[in-house]
Design a protein around this ligand. Sequence first.
Ligand code: DX5
Ligand code: ZN
Length: 214
Amino acid sequence: MTIIAPSILSANFARLGEEIGAAEAAGADWIHVDVMDGHFVPNLTFGPPVIAAVRPATSLPFDVHLMIERPELSIDDYIAAGADRITVHAEACVHLHRTVHYIKEKGLPAGVAINPATPVAVLEPILHDLDLVLIMTVNPGFGGQAFIPYSLVKLRQLTAMLDERGLHSVHIQVDGGVNQETAPLIREAGANVLVAGNAVFGEKDRAAAIARLR
Ligand code: DX5
Ligand code: ZN
């Protein structure tokens, strides 16, 4: 079953708690929380205090996507704020193996994200340690961007790598430009977790929007 993780980056920040509750009521499976530091990506969103403030708004898992430099310095803060799973960027981690294992030692599922120009092969040495791989299908930083078609090639490369190694429980997540047109292509290429910002929070009827992505 496809997991739908609406990204709150596209939600109304003035009513973030209500928007998260509405996403749950509309059938979301996870809440995708886009943390941006204005350095690793050009945008700046929110950090642990805001995440902690909206934590009581839902019992759904907070799927925290750290688009920040030196994420290893603040893993504990995001866990304390209520993260249920943490994804770091391969490009932001000099010691990626150490950071992934740190997240796991803290008891959380660990994910690694790769940007559009980063080859899937980068993940090969730690693939067996991961709960999730996030294939960015836009350049991170903003919602509402166009899906990068080459991402489907990377997605198929990843699914082949996982199949060759018998790693069938690793979540394959796609993030960026996911909508009712791209969702079928993405699912058919092997992803089982779809992040969607504008395609959900940009719609009046969020339940219908989520249903269209499944
Ligand atoms: C982009 C974020 C995505 C973004 C998706 O940097 O990581 O999660 O919010 O937004 P849409 O679905 O509108 O492309
Ligand atoms: Zn994201």
